[in-house]
Design a protein around this ligand. Sequence first.
Ligand code: THU
Length: 139
Amino acid sequence: MEKRTLVLEAIAAKEAAYVPYSGFRVGAALLSKSGRIYRGCNIENAAYTPTNCAERTAFFKAVSEGEKEFLAIAITGDTDDYVYPCGVCRQVMAEFCDPEAFRIILAKNEDAYCSFSLGELLPGGFTAEDLKKVKKETK
Ligand code: THU
């Protein structure tokens, strides 16, 4: 799939953002290996901490539909700069995505975007492999 197609989906996803507190809209579009696209927007909350980022909304929608393998995500905001995923969202990506293969596409608009691998944006991410390394005597 063309990167631009995913960027256009992220721009459309941003329209549903619920941001009464920050006014900072974010849209994401997540491409699964099965070829489906899951849109996500940020959803804020009066208690602030329950706020969900656009990226995690897209991931949780997809995983709740049975998807567990992903190829790429496009992310966009309303600023003149790129909106990078927060640390929590990068960690959620690391749960499901290959650090070398998964692409994170950052879009200023439909004509200006760049992309990184997950490993570039989350070097040394914590994974299930780390859990297996616990020493027996500490159990
Ligand atoms: N936000 C996202 O949705 N994704 C990001 O990558 C950065 C931050 C949201 C959370 C909150 O609703 C608003 O942007 C301001 O932090």
